[in-house]
Ligand binder design. Sequence first.
Ligand code: EPS
Length: 388
Amino acid sequence: MRYITAGESHGPELTAIIEGLPAGLPLTAADINHELARRQTGYGRGGRMLIEKDQVRITSGIRHGKTLGSPVTLVVENKDWKNWTKVMAIEEVPEKDRKLRRVARPRPGHADLVGGMKYRHQDLRNVLERSSARETTMRVAIGAIAKKILKELEIEVAGHVTMLGGIKAAIPDGLTVQEIAERSEASEVRVLDPSVEEEIKQLIDQTKRNGDTIGGVVEVLIGGVPAGLGSYVQWDKKLDAKIAQAVVSINAFKGVEFGVGFEAGVLPGSQVMDEILWDQQKGYTRRSNNLGGFEGGMTNGEPIVVRGVMKPIPTLYKPLQSVDIDSKEPYKASVERSDSTAVPAASVVCENVVATVVANEILEKFPSDSFEELQTAVQEYRDYLLHY
Ligand code: EPS
């Protein structure tokens, strides 16, 4: 499966083309809209989310509710476009309209300045329109299809926030992936620990009043994954490495860790390695899951546990020092509409991005021209693993 996304934040629409999906996968616009709506929730979003109500239009690759095996095209309209028709016009505009909402004071931490330098743009809007996290809409739309494949193969996905603006949310012991998904869904900030919910919301309110922004850490779990996805034989075949790239590719994400993560550099080996067990019903399992479901770049059959850290959004209502690219004079950076935090939404994005990588790996490992063929092959492989 390969895919590409396109679209500017305030352009007419966002688009994705996905090629390599198996034929015969049941898929409706409702499956995708469900994920798109989840991405739009979360305490701390700004005014834009009141304008958009993301709904997908499928324009190829599906007939009578099932994929055809041909490329699937997804389109999501930007409702805000009608307010930007002159600024974002595709065709030439009169001289007087050319500088409408021009951006000349780059925001520190955003792509504005370097993007302008690289592509020789004199209006930094040409950079910010595409570097905007609006793009994550299409990654979630693609992820919704990936999640559908995983669900049909009895692989579960959950995402939640483990820390927001320095406030840690505890993770109760013994929850299944499904229970984590349900608890996170019930929280406005997607935490599993209701005792910190109010404190986090107050911090978001205070941050907004200060004209500032906050980041955090999100965790994604994927349960029911068979052992042996990915490979140790070559650097670019390691599945944890592919997931790491995908997570850090989410706008504003700066780091990634699996299982105990960076703690692995602190603890002795005896407290990091997951001891191997065997029983007739389950085959091989591990006593713990400190390595987050990976050994040698391959899934080991335990749930995948991956965390990503999101920096605070760089667009501040109380802007930071910058330089005007025309005069080179020091100025405060441009102020665009912003969110105080998008960490809860980013947890949904992260779920979908990780699901996409895992679904893709499954499509590569097993015969997948048709979904029926894929299901049979995965079942046979699971039976084989049980008897290994
Ligand atoms: C974003 C800035 C804001 C966010 C946007 C990402 O948009 P606007 O400039 O239109 O107010 O709301 O996020 C989305 C539109 C979205 O769908 O998530 C940015 O600069 O990255």
